[in-house]
Design a protein around this ligand. Sequence first.
Ligand SMILES: [Zn+2]
Length: 169
Amino acid sequence: MKTVCEFCKTEYSLDVVPNGPVKCAICGNTWIVHRPQRRNPMLVFIASMCALLAAIVFAVAVLYQYQVKEIRDNPVIAEISAITTDTDENGVQHFLVSGRVMNRSEQIYGVPSLVIVSYDTKGNVISRQRFMPSATLLDAGTDVKFKHKLSVPIDKVEKIAVELETQGK
Ligand SMILES: [Zn+2]
C-alpha cells in the first residue's frame, strides 16, 4: 500500500500497515497510516449485477440479431407437424406427412413447391417427392397446411424431411 507524508508529500510504499505512527525520512513529520478502506460490499454487489445484466442484454441482443438474420435469409420455411400411416387399396401402408409452410416475413411470398425426402436406415435418399401446397400465395405472417402421401411403402423409410424447392438456384 501507499502512504504520503502529509507535510512534504513524499510517497512511501509499505508492505504492512504499521501499528504506530510513521516518520518521514525527508522532513521528520509523523502521521498515522490507516488501513486502506475495503470496497463497500454493496457497491461491489451492484457493480457485479450491472455486469451480469449487461451480459444478459448483450446475449438477448445477439440472439435477436441472429433471429432477424435467420428470418431474412429464410422468410419462408416448411416444417413437418405429424406423420401418420395410410393403407392403400392393395393393403400397403404409406406414410402420410402433414405440416405447414410459414411466411415469417412482412411481405407476401409465393408458395414454393415442397419436396418430401425420405431416407433409409443408412441415410441414403430413397425418394424425393415434389408437390405443390394448396395455396399459391402466402400473406405476411401466415401459413398454409399441407398433407402428402409418400409413394414408397413404410417399411423402407427411416427418416422423412421436408424441403422447399429453391427456384433457379
Ligand atoms: Zn515529509
